[in-house]
Design a protein. Structure first.
Lengths: 485, 335
């Protein structure tokens, strides 16, 4: 039996070598495929009874460092979140203004100051009065645009959350389907590495949206849990619910019930400012933008608008203004109700009494907003007083500026400075997350296909195949010799 | 780190990331080199750009004040010239009339009155000066002409002194006409407004002509000239002693008015000096602010050029290494 034993050993050797070449070819073909984990053939010696009987192919193993992969997924989620936040900060920062930018709010206030100085020095000049009206109009436009952009960013974030949640639900359902397939194949003892590759890619996608941990279950299946404790998939996928709202105005918040929160299996989940059970990835960042960063920005520019409104709605400055009446700036068509400051930046307008295109007259800048008739054309005292009013140090009535008394321009500088330092902070943490993600990705990729190694394997397998074939042909000759006797 | 194999993709990822980062640096440095300003000045500070923006704001304000300064200088110079012209017309007339009065004849009196009328008209014309379309001496009603025409004023004066037959009476009547609050000067002759045009030169600092044509000094000049111009009034016809008395009165008034004018011009001169000092100070302030801004946001050309050179060398090296590595695999050698 030893000759037939030798034959069967050699045949198992040929099978193993050809399986090995198949694995090598699969690796080399997929050397640049995303999500593909390097395969290795697992061999063990076969025993029949108590005797050795050649080589047995145990299976194909995927070489993946689960620890590095888990960390990489968390880092990718942090990068996706930081990216979304940084994009928002940059977008709003462009409206509030950077140093040297012509359209910044501070530059517009400086232009109004300059226009008032010129007009007070030449109050009879229609061109200079127009210059004041135009500069004030530019400030109004700047604040209106900023407010619109902030709300637009909120609407965009809201829509994106809707799209992301839908995609998340689909992805979880597909992971569940893959789980089922894998379990079937595992039960049948077949090779399901390709399905595991697909599942890895899907879970990577899910991890940029919500950070997940992969927990192995029986039969090759996995469960997905967020670090915050929400169970996304265990057998059945969780159903994530969210209802996007079409239009968002400054007064709509999560607390007021006008905006939708997140539900998991119909139970509400806390996602305040992007923290909580489902926070930490892109989804959390989008909620942070919608409910945290954008309302903060809105509050800041509303406080700036309020400060400007208050400076000019002062009977001590312009005797024609009654207490409570608006001055140079109005809230929509009328006066500001202090409790209704939210959204003032979007509603601020130039007083119609001063705007020739709305039936007003420019001489009111010189004579007083509600003056009955023009005053002496050389009287620049009101315009000089308005310049002083812009420059006067007063504590802002609201906003994140503290109580320090500042001029209008200094206040808007503070706003820009606050925003810019917050942006810096977010950028720094994004840089940190990105470099961490890069390092982990490189570690992860190091476990990938190395074509040099595959070539070496190929050479070894060639040799092994040749040797086994030689054994087969030798045994064949021996048998012929035996039979030919 | 695996001891038996290192994936291909990791090397690729590394070079790709490094190339991207170097090219980003290169773009930023070339932009900084071309414009001379940092692309992101916030990175020089902890991110609080309030100070830097504030500097920009101050520079805009200084530009406005520079224009204001030029306008104020031009305006006050015009006023000073006008007052100088008036003084020229008046300063020698006082002593001349004083010399004339004792030895006056009918003819010389008539000549003196004619001459005074001419000077009166010139003074009114000079004071009705406009600079840049604005009346200088009309107070805040800068679109009005400050003084009515010389003929109208002299006609009104003549009707005011009708019936007076002696110098003292005429002098009192003319004095009342000019000085009384709500009198003829304020209702008829002066057509401007109160106050005077002021210019804002800096925050909280104003400067202006400070006076208008209804100031007592100007009234004194006009009064003196009027007294001399009405020496040949019908009421005094033929009355030589009274006419010379009136001329002496005129010369006294004119000499006093000359002193008043000098004081007025001195005040205006102080204002002009202040405007100029302010201008010089603001130029220095502007230079200082521009230097401060540069320290924050200017990109030093030498440093930027060196960094640019360094980064391009690095990029070239990276390209060479990438090319070499791409040929360094076993498959190439097994061909």
């Amino acid at each position: 039996m030893s000759i037939t034993g030798a034959l069967s050993n050699a045949l198992t050797g040929l099978t193993a070598a050809s399986r090995g070449i198949e694995v090598v070819s699969s690796n080399v073909a997929n050397a640049r495929t995303e999500g593909y984990a390097r395969r290795e053939l697992m061999l063990s010696s076969q025993t029949l009874g108590s005797q050795g009987a050649g080589v047995r192919v145990v299976g194909v193993q995927r070489i993946v460092d689960q620890g590095v992969l888990a960390d990489l997924r968390l880092a990718d989620g942090a990068v996706a979140g930081g990216d979304a936040r940084q994009a928002f900060q940059t977008r709003v920062g462009a409206l509030i203004g950077a140093p040297g930018e012509a359209g910044s709010l501070s530059a517009r206030i400086a232009d109004l100051q300059a226009a008032l100085v010129e007009a007070s020095n030449g109050p009879s000049s229609q061109a200079r009065l127009e210059g004041v009206a135009r500069a004030a109009g530019q400030i109004v436009t700047g604040l209106n645009t900023a407010s619109q952009e902030i709300q637009a960013a909120r609407i965009q974030a809201d829509d994106e959350i809707g799209a992301v949640v839908e995609q998340l639900n689909q992805d979880l359902a597909r992971v569940r389907d893959l789980n089922v397939e894998i379990r079937k194949l595992d039960g049948a003892g077949r090779d399901y590495s390709a399905l595991r590759d697909q599942r890895q890619i899907l879970i990577d996608q899910i991890a940029t949206v919500v950070p997940v941990r992969e927990i192995p279950r029986d039969g090759g299946m996995v469960a997905l849990v967020t670090p915050g404790g929400a169970l996304l998939l265990d057998g059945q996928p969780a159903r994530i619910g969210f209802a996007p709202v079409g239009v968002i105005t400054p007064d709509m918040t999560l607390a007021s019930g006008a905006l939708s929160g997140l539900t998991v299996n119909d139970r509400p989940v806390d996602i305040a400012v992007g923290k909580g059970a489902m926070g930490g990835g892109r989804l959390g960042a989008l909620f942070d933008i919608r409910d945290g960063l954008a309302p903060q920005a809105q509050g800041m520019i509303d406080a700036l608008a309020r400060d400007l409104y208050d400076r000019f709605a002062d009977p001590a400055l312009d005797p024609t203004i009654a207490p409570g009446q608006p001055g140079l700036f109005t809230d929509g068509p009328g006066a500001l109700v202090p409790a209704d400051e939210l959204g003032l930046a979007g509603r601020l307008r130039l007083n119609a009494a001063l705007d020739p295109s709305q039936g007003g007259a420019l001489w009111r800048l010189r004579a007083g907003v509600y003056a009955a008739g023009p005053n002496a054309p050389g009287d620049g005292s009101l315009l000089a007083a308005m310049t002083d009013a812009l420059d006067a140090a007063r504590s802002p009535a609201s906003g994140p500026f503290g109580g320090t008394a500042r001029s209008a321009g200094a206040l808007s500088d503070q706003a820009a400075g606050l925003w810019s330092s917050r942006t810096q902070g977010i950028e720094k943490s994004l840089t940190f997350s990105a470099s961490r993600a890069d390092t982990l990705r490189q570690l992860h990729l190091q476990d990938g296909v190395d074509t040099d190694r595959e070539m070496q394997q190929l050479m070894a397998l060639e040799q092994a195949y040749a040797a086994n074939a030689r054994v087969v042909s030798t045994v064949d000759e021996l048998m012929k010799t035996l039979l030919g006797l | 780190m695996s001891l038996t194999s290192i994936g291909d993709q990791s090397q690729l990822f590394l070079t790709r990331r490094q190339t991207t980062s170097l090219r980003g640096d290169l773009t930023r440095l070339s932009q900084e080199l071309a414009s001379g300003k940092l692309v992101n000045p916030a990175t020089r500070t902890t991110g609080d750009t309030a100070h830097l923006i504030g500097i920009g704001r101050s520079l805009t304000a200084l530009t406005a004040y520079r224009t204001a300064n030029a306008e104020a200088a031009h305006f006050t110079a015009g006023a000073q010239t006008a007052l100088g012209g008036v003084q020229d017309l008046v300063s020698r007339l006082g002593p001349a009339l004083a010399a004339l009065a004792p030895t006056a004849t009918a003819q010389s009196t008539a000549n003196a009155a004619q001459d005074a009328r001419g000077r009166f008209a010139s003074v009114v014309g000079t004071l009705n000066l406009q600079v840049g379309g604005r009346s200088v001496f009309a107070g805040i009603a800068s679109d009005q002409v400050p003084l009515a025409s010389a003929e109208a004023i002299l006609t009104a004066l003549q009707s005011a002194i009708a019936g007076q037959t002696d110098a003292a009476g005429i002098a009192t009547a003319i004095d009342d006409w000019f000085s009384a609050p709500g009198g003829g000067f304020e209702t008829l002759a002066y057509q401007g407004g109160p106050g005077a045009p002021t210019f804002r030169l800096a925050a909280g600092e104003d400067a202006g002509v400070g006076t208008n044509a209804s100031a007592p000094e100007v009234r004194a000049v006009l009064k003196g000239l009027a007294l001399a111009a009405l020496a040949d009034a019908p009421g005094l016809a033929g009355n030589l002693p009274e006419q010379s008395a009136l001329l002496s009165q005129a010369s006294t008034t004119l000499i006093a008015a000359d002193t008043g004018l000098t004081a007025l011009r001195a005040t205006l001169g102080t204002t002009e000096a202040r405007i100029e000092t302010m201008g010089v100070r603001q130029t220095a302030e502007r230079t200082a602010l521009e230097l401060a801004e540069a320290r924050f946001s200017a990109a030093d050309p030498y440093e930027t050029a060196s960094a640019f050179q360094e980064v391009s060398t690095q990029l070239e090296t990276l390209y060479a290494v990438t090319a070499r590595l791409s040929r360094l695999n076993l498959a190439e050698y097994l061909r």
